[in-house]
Design a protein around this ligand. Structure first.
Ligand code: FEC
Length: 308
């Protein structure tokens, strides 16, 4: 008998394909409002600073989607899984992924986002668009909302914390402050009873406990450059505060809100935070991104498998 086929819509943020697409990408992020020439120039310079005309998130997402399909088919041999990409702000868009599934005759699907924590403004936005496209295309789609406390995810992150600790020489290692970070969001989510901030603290505590870290805190990163308030404290301010008030000299950043290398890691942490740390005379290290770590792939395979 033929195996049942399940579609998986793997959703991720998306990145431009080439330098000339940065404007269209930025306009999409800004819900159709084109950036000013200064804003465009500033974003272009950030991309140039990380890798110069190449967008690592695209290849990293491609690799994650291929590895996830392989993991799902290995771990669930009674089913056939077919993964489709759906990006939030670039092609193939979320809607493209759903249409492709429908064209391929997929009737049952599961949607998952390559971000472990739920906010109505982040994962909620992906799900809403996928739900609308799936309803229009007659695909029956269910969704994974979050997996921020999955034991395999916590293991993958705590292994990274332990490995990165080895980059500090003794006796400094025992004085390292671990700072868990995630993308900030407009502070208005606090009025919506949004689970995002609490989920960040839950992941941070679970990783710290498993890695045996006692000196840790959480900070937000990459806040938008808008007039409205964003969730704080911001990592750059935290670096200054712990330097001045607690004389901390060794910091390990673990960006729990992100799962692969891209602008917010390679620029905001590796260039901006690193620059601030140098200025303050601190040693700053960062944990490796999850990428296609088998533990992360098995986390996703497990949470997807709960819907079949
Ligand atoms: O490498 C790349 O090309 C893309 C890196 C990238 C990731 C990412 C993840 C998240 N964002 C989240 C929220 C917001 C909100 C706004 C916003 C704006 C930007 C801009 C760029 C950008 N984001 Fe992003 N984000 C990435 C890149 N993000 C570029 C525009 C310029 C700037 O502000 O730096 C503000 C939108 C607005 O103006 O209204 C809000 C959240 C995540 C993590 C969850 C996820 O991956 O979906 C939340 C990666």
């Amino acid at each position: 008998m033929a195996k049942r086929t399940m579609g998986v819509l793997v959703m991720s943020y998306g990145t431009p394909e080439s330098m000339d697409q940065i404007e269209a990408y930025y306009t999409h992020i800004r819900r159709g409002n084109a950036p000013s020439p200064e804003q465009l120039q500033e974003l272009t310079e950030r991309y140039e600073a990380i890798v110069g005309g190449f967008f690592p998130l695209r290849e990293n997402t491609n690799k994650q989607v291929a590895a996830l399909e392989e993991t799902l088919n290995r771990e669930h041999p009674d089913l056939t899984f077919r993964c489709y990409q759906g990006l939030k702000h670039a092609s193939p868009f979320i809607e493209d992924g759903v249409h492709q599934m429908a064209e391929d005759g997929i009737q049952e699907a599961i949607g998952v986002v390559l971000a472990p924590h739920y906010s109505i403004m982040s994962v909620g936005g992906y799900i809403k668009r996928a739900q609308e496209a799936a309803a229009a295309a007659n695909v029956n789609m269910q969704f994974v909302k979050h997996y921020h406390l999955h034991p395999l995810l916590i293991q993958a992150l705590s292994d990274r914390v332990k490995r990165a600790m080895a980059r500090f020489a003794e006796p400094d290692r025992s004085r390292v402050r671990v700072i868990f970070t995630a993308h900030s969001l407009p502070a208005q989510i606090l009025q919506m009873n949004d689970p995002y901030p609490d989920q960040m603290m839950e992941t941070s505590k679970a990783v710290a406990d498993q890695a045996g870290v006692v000196s840790w805190q959480f900070a937000w990163q990459s806040a938008g450059r808008t007039a409205t308030p964003w969730l704080g404290p911001d990592i750059l301010d935290v670096l200054e505060t712990i330097h001045e008030e607690e004389q901390v000299k060794h910091v390990l950043i673990c960006p729990i809100g992100f799962v692969s290398d891209h602008l917010e890691i390679l620029y905001d942490i590796d260039i901006e935070c690193q620059g601030k740390a140098k200025e303050l005379g601190m040693q700053l290290e960062r944990t490796e991104s999850l990428g296609t770590d088998p533990l992360y792939m098995r986390t996703l395979s497990d949470v997807i498998g709960q819907f079949v």
